[in-house]
Every structure is written in C-alpha cells, then in structure tokens.
Design a protein around this ligand. Structure first.
Ligand SMILES: [Zn+2]
Length: 386
C-alpha cells in the first residue's frame, strides 16, 4: 500500500485503498467533464444534469480502474501469487503482489489480464450505452466510459515497463532467454523510450497552447521514466545478491548483552563508543530479544541509569533468518519490517547477525573487485584463499 492511502475495504481478501492524489484527479475529471466535455458535445441538458453526468462518469472511471487492477489480481491469486493490496492514485491503480512472480508464464497471464479486463469493460459500456439514445445523459456517459476503457486497455498495452505491455514483453523475453535480468533491462529501456516520447510530446503540446493536457502527458511520462529506472535498478540489485547467502556475510560473533545491562551503559558503551546500532540480548546462550538505539532514545534520559535493557528490548519471537537464507530474502525482510538488522539463528541457537550495513558493504566491495568482463558474482563465489 502506498503511504498516505485510505483503506476503503476488502475485495476477495485484497485491501482496497485510495491515495490522496486520487481525490485530486477525481475532482479534476468531474469538473472537466461537467464543465467542458459534456456541455461541448451534448447541448440542451440543464446544469445539474451536466454535473450528475460528470460525477457518475468519474465514479465509473474509478470503478473501471479498480476492476482493471482486480483483473490482474484475480489472475495472480489463481496462479498462486498472493495480492497484498490495490491502491488507486493519481496515475491510475497499482496492485501490490506479496512476492515477486517467479515464472514467466505467470507474469504474462497476470500482466495481460488487466488490458483484457479493460477491453471487456469497454464492450460492456458500449453495448449498455446502445440501449439508451446516444444524446441522452446515460448514453453519453456510457459511450464516454466505453472509449475510456478502450483507451486504458490500449495505452497499457504499450510495450514499455512498467506498463502492462512492458510486463508482457518482459515475460516473453524472460520465457525465451531464461534471464529475468536481461528481460527487465530490455523492457525498462523500452519503457524509458516511451516515457521520453511522452515527455517530448507533452511539452510540444504545451508550446502549441494545450497547456494542461500537455503538462499532464509530460507528467505521466516523467512518472513512467522514474518507475522504469527504479525497476531496472532493483532487478540489478536482486541479480547482484542472487546466490549469496546470509551465512557468507553475517557477523558470526554478533555483540550480545545481558538482559540486566543498564540502558545508559548500552548507549555510552556500545552505541557511542563502538558504533553499534543494536545488541542481541542473550541470557545463558538463549536469545531473549533485541535492543536498538531507538528503544533507548524512546526512554526519558533520567531513567537510563536504572532501566535494564530487558525492559525496553523487542522480546522474542523476533524475525530471524538462517545462514542458508538468500540475501534477497533477507533484504526483503529488512525492508518490509523496517529493520536495521536480523538475528541469524540455526536450530534455536544464535549464530550471527546480518544488517543492512553488511549488505551495503557487500555491494560496494563487489563493485570494487569486479574485473572487466568478469561477473562480480563469480569473483565473490570463488574467493581467493586468504
Ligand atoms: Zn494494468
């Protein structure tokens, strides 16, 4: 779920939310339909009718985008990929999957389902609208929604990531080449190409006088460019971390403390002097919890001296990983939980700690040792004996 979103409810277990930017676009659409599009194309309605038509069309537009995302989501669930939420925001909707799709065919089906749903909706609105006279408010709203959904389906089929067509393209290259990394590179570069064309087209519209329209197109292009670039970077990161395990990078002797250590000593001795962010609280070799600098600073300064860390620590059960956990999984856990570090546990025994810093250091180190024409991963996987 995007930050600053309101939850509206749940459909098939999926949380449906609206980001505050959607409200802005809903008002803009209502206003431009009621004050511009409908009066210009359909004369003779009274003012409340124009506004009613505008509101109804905007609400159905909201529903259309939601149903498009539900199309993706239901196919995802059907393919065994859990869906976390659907959020509507200024540029449309986004369905957040719980995990990465790990199969090219699944990605193809999930991506194609959205535009297909929009085309089906276009057909429904078109045939529904045919029942009412074309110049009546119902007929006008229905034909507007038919066009809108056909456009949504068509635009989303453009073959640049993050658009659905870009995901379809990625899944095809992925399926043929077997490399998700290469497929993401191609699809995101095409996506950036499309984004730059939109920015260019939008700005030329601005220069020719269509300021609002032009800015809007350029703005969407700018957003798509950023999303494509980010997707390529995070895929590159995943590629860098693939095949590396927590056990290879963890601190095998993580700093631990007794549960009776005073918060004051923790801050002065470990945080300030040793630069630790967190300590594992261990009693008799048994992991009891994790105390971090945030836990201490939440406490009023005068009581630091008399408060043992067991009172402020995050007690077990903690999110933990094992030495065999892949770095990608560990990083995902760190990001999702907003943690700085995770204890590494094997058979209930504490064997280490892995932190964001360890992963960052690995990435930096990997770039330094990466020789031209040689994959950094191979260098790392076959290290020189020290
Ligand atoms: Zn879509």
């Amino acid at each position: 779920m995007l930050r600053n979103s309101i939850t509206l409810g749940r459909i098939a277990g999926i949380r449906i939310g609206v980001h505050y930017t959607w409200i802005f676009i809903a008002l803009l659409v209502t206003w431009s339909l009621a004050g511009g599009y409908f009066p210009a194309n359909f004369r003779g309605w009274d003012t409340p009718t124009y506004w009613l038509a505008g509101v109804v069309a905007a609400l159905f537009m909201f529903a259309s985008v939601l149903i498009h995302e539900l199309g993706h989501s239901l196919v995802a669930i059907n393919r065994g990929v859990a869906v976390h939420s659907i959020t509507l925001f200024i540029f449309g909707g986004v369905a957040a999957l719980k995990n990465e799709v790990d199969d090219a065919w699944d990605e193809f089906l999930i991506a194609a389902a959205g535009p297909l749903t929009s085309f089906l909706l276009a057909g429904l609105f078109w045939s529904g609208g045919a029942l009412a006279p074309a110049t009546s408010p119902a007929g006008a709203v229905a034909s507007y929604l038919a066009t809108l959904n056909a456009f949504l389906g068509g635009f989303n089929l453009l073959p640049g990531f993050p658009l659905d067509g870009g995901r379809v393209l990625r899944s095809i290259i992925w399926g043929i080449s077997g490399s998700l990394y290469r497929a993401t590179q191609v699809a995101t570069y095409v996506g950036q190409g499309i984004a730059f064309l939109m920015i260019f087209w939008g700005l030329s519209q601005v220069l020719s006088g269509a300021v609002l329209n032009g800015l809007w197109i350029a703005f969407i292009g700018w957003f798509l460019n950023g999303a494509a670039e980010q997707a390529r970077q995070s895929q590159g990161l995943r590629e860098s971390l693939a095949g590396v395990t927590v056990g290879e990078l963890m601190d095998p002797r993580p700093p631990t403390a007794s549960p009776y250590l005073a918060a004051e000593e923790f801050v002065y001795q470990y945080v300030l002097r040793q630069g630790r962010r967190a300590l594992l609280v261990v009693d008799d070799g048994r992991l009891l919890g994790l105390v971090s600098v945030t836990d201490a600073t939440a406490l009023p300064r005068p009581v630091w001296a008399h408060t043992p860390i067991r009172q402020i620590m995050t007690p077990i059960p903690l999110k933990t990983v094992t030495p065999a956990t892949g770095l990608n999984t560990a990083l995902q856990l760190l990001v999702e939980g907003d943690f700085h570090q995770l204890p590494v546990v094997q058979d209930v025994r504490l064997v280490g700690m892995i932190s964001r810093g360890d992963i960052l250091r690995f990435l930096r180190f990997r770039d330094v040792i990466k020789a031209p024409g040689q994959s950094g991963r191979r260098v790392w996987r076959d290290p020189e004996p020290v």
